[in-house]
Design a protein around this ligand. Sequence first.
Ligand SMILES: Cc1ncc(CN)c(N)n1
Length: 226
Amino acid sequence: MMAPSSSLFERLKAAASDEWSAYTDHAFVRGLGDGSLPQACFRHYLAQDYLFLIHFARAYALAVYKSRNLADMRSAGKTMSALLDMEMGLHVRLCAGWGLSEADLEATPEASATMAYTRYVLEEGMRGDLLDLHVALVPCVIGYWEIGKALAAWPGALEEINPYHEWIGEYSTEAYREVAEEASARLDRLAGGNLSESRFADLVRIFRQATKLEVDFWQMGLDLAD
Ligand SMILES: Cc1ncc(CN)c(N)n1
């Protein structure tokens, strides 16, 4: 048995630190921070991210289904609503500025990286238990909070001068911090104290894979890949 010295999320992150750095310090992220990312890359990413969020909302609905108590149901349901009502609103607003409607976004062909990531999470979630599912989901939620918080401190990142200031603002809000904190607390609740070494190793495998798929998602945006 492993004695938990810090949160499960922190232990997973430490075990997959190379993948985590590749995700949170990706060239796409740096391009957002200094505003140098080509707009075509951002548009491609954002349309794919809209599709991504639809599938992630499905995955949180699966978490509601797999929950064994009301607290876990409410917690997953709250995150699902945050995706559908808060986060997707950003995508709709930004795309409307380029003349793209919600119907246009929904009709966007899904890129391979979007499909790979979303279906991986749904498959791990269906195959495993609620903790497996939330571990597959957690790099998404907490990664963007870490990225948003870090980029918000870059000079000019939250000002009009940076074309991506609204995106950075969205992922550095108090409301998003709460979503991220809830995701971490939820993992600890579900793990419920000590995990065997083999269980932890299996969770690391899921966490690492989901984090790698985040890296591929940024790269898809940068390469304008289908
Ligand atoms: C690919 C991806 N990862 C994470 C998030 C933040 N929920 C997002 N919108 N898109």
